[in-house]
Design a protein around this ligand. Structure first.
Ligand code: NAD
Length: 293
């Protein structure tokens, strides 16, 4: 955040609802301050009732860009001028760049996931992965993984309203990327065991386990894991979900969602500012707000 907001300070926003507990303002404002950028990141409570006006307002006011979160990620697409191939494939936008009034929408969630895996040394290109979930985050991960060259994805979802998404995501991967995909219901535990056995990476991209230490886990028990399997849970709170605790017990290399969150934010930051997000001060600030809870 700039020391003082002046007549030259420029705006980046986040439009979503609910939104007041988002970590994005802390992440971006800390990075602006660290790099001495005269920008401010603000959140605005916007949903489908006022989305069109909000987008037009941000364009008219000359905002540098904005993030989009639930419930606006899909709906916002019809108010933008151009959509990136990955956002089209996901059917969702989380980042918009304002290029002199021309609004370009893209999706950095999947990129954040792929960059976090690469940084951790999880080599999944040309390999098979098992992905649990078919909501917004899981779809972004599946589509980016398909675009980046993951060879095969087995998608599992519980028997809820997202099961149709799981099937649609598998169909889209098969028809629009070179990745082979198949959708399964989580109730089919034989398939779950078999698909994990032939995968190099298992990802939980559902909200199951969020916010609850030692909370629920969609993998029935640790016999589904093996030491050379990599495990990612994209949840970042608690730091270690029940799934990651099981992975540690078995000796699997594992990672929570913090690095994905940082990398998706950094990808947006780069598009808005042309600069790399400085991770050290941002991580410090995020750790401070987590410890204040
Ligand atoms: P969403 O509402 O779009 O999708 C929810 C998904 O979770 C669906 O697949 C649904 O079937 C599944 N699910 C939820 N509760 C479940 C339960 N109890 N049992 C079985 N399945 C369940 O949500 P989203 O935006 O995709 O977010 C999912 C999770 O990912 C959230 O916890 C969110 O905090 C996290 N997330 C992390 C990052 C990151 O950068 N690390 C980014 C986005 C989302």
């Amino acid at each position: 955040m700039p020391q003082r907001i002046t007549g030259k300070t420029e705006l980046i926003g986040l439009i979503a609802n609910p939104i007041r507990t988002s970590k994005s303002p802390m992440m971006h404002n800390t990075a602006f301050e660290a790099l001495g950028l005269d920008l401010v990141y603000m959140v605005f409570e916007v949903d489908n009732t006022n989305l069109k006006d909000a987008v037009q307002g941000l364009r008219s006011l000359g905002a540098v860009g904005f993030n989009v979160s639930m419930p606006n990620k899909t709906e916002v697409m019809k108010y933008l001028d151009e959509i990136s191939p990955e956002a089209k494939l996901c059917g969702a936008v989380n980042t918009v760049v304002n290029r002199n009034g021309h609004l370009y929408g893209t999706n950095t969630d999947g990129k954040g996931f792929m960059l976090a895996c690469k940084e951790k040394g999880f080599d999944i290109i040309g390999k098979k992965i098992t992905l649990i979930g078919a909501g917004g985050a899981a779809t972004a991960i599946a589509m980016q993984a398909g675009l980046d060259g993951v060879a095969e994805i087995s998608i599992f979802n519980g028997n809820d309203r997202f099961m149709d998404n799981a099937k649609a995501n598998a169909e889209r991967l098969n028809s629009e990327t070179s990745c082979k995909a198949q959708a399964f219901c989580l109730d089919d535990t034989d398939a779950l065991r078999r698909e994990i056995e032939s995968s190099v990476l298992l990802v939980n991209a559902t909200g199951c386990g969020f916010g609850v230490p030692a909370g629920p886990c969609l993998i029935p028990d640790k016999s589904y894991l093996r030491p050379d399997l990599k495990v990612v849970d994209i949840i970042y709170s608690p730091e270690k979900t029940h799934l990651l605790e099981m992975a540690e017990e078995v000796g699997c290399e594992n990672m929570n969602g913090v690095r994905m969150m940082l990398h998706q934010g950094a990808a947006a930051f780069k598009m808005w500012t042309g600069k790399d997000m400085p991770f050290a001060p941002v991580e410090e600030a995020l750790a401070q707000i987590s410890s204040q809870k």
